[in-house]
Design a protein around this ligand. Sequence first.
Ligand code: ARG
Length: 595
Amino acid sequence: MQLKDCSSITEHLESLFAQAIASAFPKYSDTPVVIAPVNSSSAKFGDYQCNNAMGLSKKFKESGINKNPREIATELKGHCPSSPIIEKLEVAGAGFVNVFLSKDFAALALSNLLRNGVKPPQVPKKRVLVDFSSPNIAKQMHVGHLRSTIIGESVCRLLEFLQHDVIRVNHLGDWGTQFGMLIAHLEDRFPNYLNESPPISDLQLFYKESKKRFDEDEEFKKRAYSRVVSLQKGVPNSIKAWELICNVSRKEFQTIYERLDISIKERGESFYQSRMLSVVEYLRGKALLEEDEGREIMWPDDTKTGIPLTIVKSDGGFTYDTSDMAAIRHRVEEELCDWIIYVVDSGQSTHFNTIFKAAERCAILKPRSHRVDHVQFGVVLGEDGKKFKTRSGDTVKLADLLDEGMKRSLQQLESRGRDKVLTPQELKDAQQSLAYGCIKYSDLCHNRISDYIFSFDKMLEDRGNTAVYLLYTYTRICSIARNSGEDFSNLSEILKKVKIELTHEKEWKLAKTLLKLHDILIKCSKELFLHFLCEFCYEVCTVFTEFYDSCYCIEKNKLGEIIEVNHSRILLCEATAAVLRQCFYILGLKPVSKM
Ligand code: ARG
């Protein structure tokens, strides 16, 4: 009694009702099935609803047949194949078919989950490249890059869990004319750079200095330009200087990635240098480049509206556009990806729309076989609703931000007196879990498209949809089995003797909530929105709390001695923990067993 031929409850019901429509109304067999979950507060209407009768009735009317939605719903009910997951079907209201899930099915599904771990729903496998984080060398990695890093990492984890073949790419801004002045400045400041690594501690400052000279000193400017040329030609000394400069930034980025547990492969713009040459040839060959005041531009489509891409500058150099055209071609033709995801701020949406259209126009992308997404996100605002800045008005350094998070989470734990109960190591783990967890979660739990207000006070609240609330609830759930005085480590053994009971209303509600996981994961991956998963975690935690408040798992007498352990309920707790653990992993939260 498993959902073998499908991946989630909704998909299973969709296939059943598709059969019902085809058999009751063969003429309309191509009607898309509409299944919606029923709000759990209206349990009397069942758990899911098929809403197709209204639409079908309209279609009948158009062909001159009068059939009211209730009649149609009744026929759908009659033609729906029986399934182990359905307890009963009911026609209600204007013409809904309400689906009541079977408790036997739910109990079995949860036992399987406990026995085998949380398994992903089945979806068609894709080779997908996720372009995320992508900061720029010698410039500050700012909060916008932090958002891309956090969202990108979770998108990767989600898609990996769904068994896609995922390539994580850091499209580092490591190429371009700014390196000319950086190299020229390096030559002057550290003439011995070929033998001894230059001790640049503040690359931003180094950048500012070189920019100043570039703007003020004609001779320096000339030399900077000549270094761009030598870099692009691959002159060894210039390459060496460029590598040294990149290494300084690389180290800084790496510490942030390590702290946040991000894994990503560097493949910066420089990687595409030779491919830029060849994509230009390719586009010229297709006669898609046009001369425009000395530049070579490309329109995204034949109507020549919108903004064209600048493929070759008037001085013969390449641009951000050129590197993205070369990159998309590499991803499709060499990496053989069928799905490419760019996690980049909304400010670049015109750029990506133009790239996608242009790539289609020159036949790099084939809409039937490739999916491309710009996973865009809004800007980070401070608590005053203005752009996120330090008090003195500077951009916030990410390392400082993470440090501040660590400080605040320690204060939070201390205010709850946890420093008195936990060992120093446990306290440290809890502090890290909270600090990085709350920074990630507060980013992921909002619809990414809207701007979001960065507030440590808000994200460290222990109520509502916050990382703190979820992590505490998880810890509490884990402590239940631990405090039962019995060994719950071998669940398969226990399941041989104990059957999961779902008699109490709250047990049943919790079971049904947990079984929504597959639907949610599929929805998240279709739309690439992680806040659906956050909302699900929050729902699991609140429904769990309702269950725990009204259902004894462990009964104690007045002396505090355990008199009864309800094994089935503890299994429900363990199933809840397992589901949360999987979701937390995707969201980058690291739960600890004591907090
Ligand atoms: N380095 C760019 C920036 O900081 C982001 C790069 C995004 N990826 C891309 N393929 N264009 O704005």
